[in-house]
Design a protein around this ligand. Structure first.
Ligand SMILES: [Co+2]
Length: 418
């Protein structure tokens, strides 16, 4: 070994030492940072777990069947938000929401939470072999309890729709209708809950045979497409085009025959105003609707789509059960005393909200049909008969209520189920 070698060896040693020290420092720093990150993540997880546990506790506090009012489960009277989707262009700023919006949204959110809990219950108890009328009553009783029904201040948003098979919407049994749910039925469960006129309009489809899955998937996808396309300045005609495209990309095989799934062209979603379920704007579910409207800041919409294995076109059929006062009505002098009394009952209990004949009977209006028809003829009340596609076909529906703002949208009625 020569001197040079010795030197270079020493250098090598020095360098090695320095390097290893540097490495050690680097490593120490790295480890410290890693540890910090791990601790941060641990804390985050802890918080998420805490939040989930709290949520779970709140849910598990509910009985089966549900009896505890939502405002008892949330003693702060601040209700859980729906799914928030931020607007990519404008940043979401929670402070931008004014108090009016916050209060309005809180009413909607209470109704939405009641809807989630009632439908969770409905999915468990509804079984083939039950009378449709009993299903309706159970849902309505649970809703009344959870929302603490009180005149027109809070309660049902509209009659419980339990439309079967080719019937797409607006069917709820009248008294005397003893229809029984069959295991081959496709049932659209469309029910509404309102708090101070803020109406949650939300619907889904129930079946007891896997053979309908493709129909349900098509409609669920179509509704989610509508929700995805919704937002400030969104053109309603374009939302309709997107919905139809997704819906009609599906087909279904039933008993060996292939059926294309069609968007029902004369049904649509709609804007929602205070105590006004159809707020004036419609959300088409087909292309070329000619709808020039756009979604605007502060609006509420029911995004609903209907798929059908039939013609994709509905007509009025069967006995009428749904009725609603015309929102803007002329001042009319009613001569018939019985009709006058019936209108008083309607004004007190439903105002401009939709109602059904069962509810009138429950209020003591036993022989109301002629008076009700009289009020319809006078243009004060409007009838909404069941809407059906051709006999033998199947229709499905999914619907959510959403809020539109410049910074985000909130899918108010979104749940873990759909
Ligand atoms: Co609706």
């Amino acid at each position: 070994m020569n001197e040079n070698n010795q030197l270079s060896n020493d250098n090598q040693l020095l360098n090695d030492n320095k390097l290893s020290n540097d490495n050690k420092l680097l490593n120490d720093n790295h480890i410290q940072n890693e540890q910090k990150n791990i601790n941060l993540e641990k804390n985050k997880l802890k918080n998420i777990k805490k939040r989930l546990a709290k949520k779970k506790k709140k849910l598990s506090n509910q009985t089966f069947p549900p009896t505890i009012p939502i405002n008892k489960l949330y003693s702060s009277n601040i209700y859980p938000k729906g799914e928030i989707v931020e607007n990519k262009i404008n940043n979401f700023d929670e402070n931008k929401i004014n108090n009016f919006d916050e209060n309005t949204l809180n009413n909607f959110r209470e109704a939405a939470e009641a809807h989630r809990q009632v439908r969770q219950y409905a999915k468990k108890f509804i079984q083939p072999g039950m009378k449709i009328i009993d299903i309706a009553k159970k849902i309505e009783n649970a809703t009344a309890l959870l929302i603490q029904k009180d005149g027109i201040k809070r309660g049902w948003g509209f009659p419980t729709g339990l439309s079967l098979n080719n019937c797409a919407a607006h069917y709820t049994p009248n008294y005397g209708d003893n229809t029984i749910l069959n295991k081959n039925d496709v049932m659209k469960l469309d029910f509404g809950i309102q708090v101070e006129g803020k109406i949650i309009d939300c619907a889904f489809t129930l079946t007891w045979d896997e053979k309908y899955d493709e129909l349900l998937n098509a409609v669920k996808e179509a509704t989610n497409t509508g929700i995805k396309c919704a937002g400030i300045d969104a053109r309603l005609c374009e939302i309709g085009s997107s919905i139809q495209e997704v819906m009609e990309a599906h087909e279904i095989v039933l008993d060996g025959k292939v059926y294309p799934i069609k968007s029902i062209r004369n049904l649509s979603g709609h804007s929602i105003n205070l105590y006004q379920i159809h707020g004036g704007k419609t959300v088409p579910i087909i292309k070329n609707s000619g709808n020039d409207d756009k979604m605007e800041d502060g609006e509420f919409y029911a995004i609903e789509t209907f798929g059908s294995t039939g013609k994709g076109y509905i007509y009025n059929d069967m006995a009428c059960s749904h009725y609603m006062k015309e929102f803007y009505q002329p001042k009319i002098n009613i001569k018939n005393q019985k009709s006058k009394k019936l209108l008083d009952t309607i004004n007190t209990n439903f105002g401009t909200l939709a109602f059904c004949r069962r509810w009138l009977e429950d209020l003591g209006e036993k022989d109301h049909l002629l008076s009700l028809k009289n009020l319809c003829n006078l243009g004060i009340i409007r009838d909404y008969p069941p809407l059906c596609d051709i006999k033998g076909c199947y229709t499905a529906q999914y619907e959510h209520t959403i809020y539109i703002s410049s910074s985000h949208k909130e899918i108010l009625s979104r749940g873990e189920d759909f």
